[in-house]
Design a protein around this ligand. Structure first.
Ligand code: ATP
Length: 320
């Protein structure tokens, strides 16, 4: 309530948060609790989700997807109720905020849905920050990161951004202070892959081979050295993603996408996280533009991006 007019003063806080590429993803064996330990190098890339959180008089949380989304969302299953990660982020913030109001969340989707780039996690990170500002919760970044980890293993990284090493479930983050830019072409698929199903497939492949994967105990230091120097050639030789073969097992066309990328000048290519988005490493920004154009001629949905970029940031705060 606005104290002077007695009228409700609506306010919109708009936050953008980046998607990510896992430059390295070592996956340990299935743990008794059903999870897998990982050792990962996260890179935040210049493809952003945006969440506009507007305070409303009616209590509760509502979610919509903005028509400004650049993705073709036809057939994509994005729940708008409490299964949506942004909804859950707002609910957690409402619990810890003394001055919570009703809130409407409008999500502009740009990160491929179920694409292995943490799009839903970016929505959650953006919502945490937006509601924190909207309700003057006064939480520190550390407290927000704690709430983020409750929402999902990739949410703390979208809040933090940059380059970071993730251990444990991926949420035990250490910033890597690698600021040099690397350039990538993302190739989005027109289908999604379920992250739990990709992990289950990896477990099945390993069991069939009689392989007991070791517990990951850190990341290859050559990856961080290459990232610090922005050295695409060196980085291309050390990219690793244990989930890649499981994603290819579920979606064999990913092998073709990687092959087309590498035969058109990519330094190296990998499936991003659990896929099916493919991340192709380019020599520099001009090479990335050229590669993306070439791939579009094959009918591929190719987008040049760069990273690292900052984590979730407020872009506007407007009294309506
Ligand atoms: P990750 O790599 O973090 O596992 P992802 O990028 O592969 O995730 P998301 O786009 O985050 O996948 O979403 C995976 C599934 O989660 C979707 O298919 C959808 O059903 C559900 N979901 C929940 N909240 C969201 C959201 N805000 N945006 C998109 N999907 C969401």
């Amino acid at each position: 309530m606005n104290a002077l007019s007695g009228r409700f003063a609506a306010r919109t806080v708009r936050v953008r948060a980046p998607g990510k590429v896992n430059v390295a993803l070592d996956v340990g064996p299935l743990r008794p609790d059903g999870y897998h330990s990982v050792a990962s190098v996260y890179l935040a890339v210049s493809l952003y989700e945006e969440v506009a959180a507007t305070s409303v008089e009616t209590p509760g949380i509502t979610v919509s997807i903005s028509p400004d989304s650049t993705l073709d969302l036809d057939g994509m299953d994005i729940p708008l109720d409490n299964r949506n990660l942004a909804y859950r982020a707002a609910a957690i913030m409402a619990d810890v905020s003394e001055h919570a109001t009703g809130v409407h969340l409008e999500i502009t989707k740009r990160v491929p849905v179920a694409g292995g780039m943490g799009g839903g996690s970016a929505d959650a990170a953006a919502t945490l920050l937006a509601c924190d500002a909207l309700w003057n919760s006064g939480l520190s970044r550390e407290e927000l990161a704690h709430l983020a980890a409750e929402l999902g293993a990739d949410v703390p990284f979208s809040l933090l951004g940059g380059t970071a090493v993730g251990l444990g479930l991926g949420d035990d983050l250490s910033p890597a202070l690698a600021k040099a830019q690397t350039h990538w072409v993302l190739v989005a698929a027109d289908f999604g892959l379920s992250t739990p199903e990709v992990y289950r497939t990896l477990d099945r492949l390993r069991a069939a081979e009689g392989v007991e994967a070791p517990e990951p105990d850190g990341v290859d230091p050559r990856i961080l050295t290459a990232l610090r120097g922005g050295d695409a050639e060196a980085l291309g030789t050390v990219l690793v993603n244990d989930l890649q073969r499981a994603a290819i097992e579920l979606a064999p066309s990913l092998r073709d996408t990687l092959g087309i990328g590498e035969s058109h000048g990519a330094v190296a290519g990998m499936v991003s996280g659990s896929g099916p988005t493919v991340a192709l490493l380019a020599e520099d920004s001009i090479a990335a533009e050229g590669l993306a154009q070439d791939l579009r001629r094959f009918g591929l949905n190719a987008l040049p991006v760069h990273g690292p970029v900052p984590g979730a940031r407020i872009v506007s705060d407007t009294l309506l």
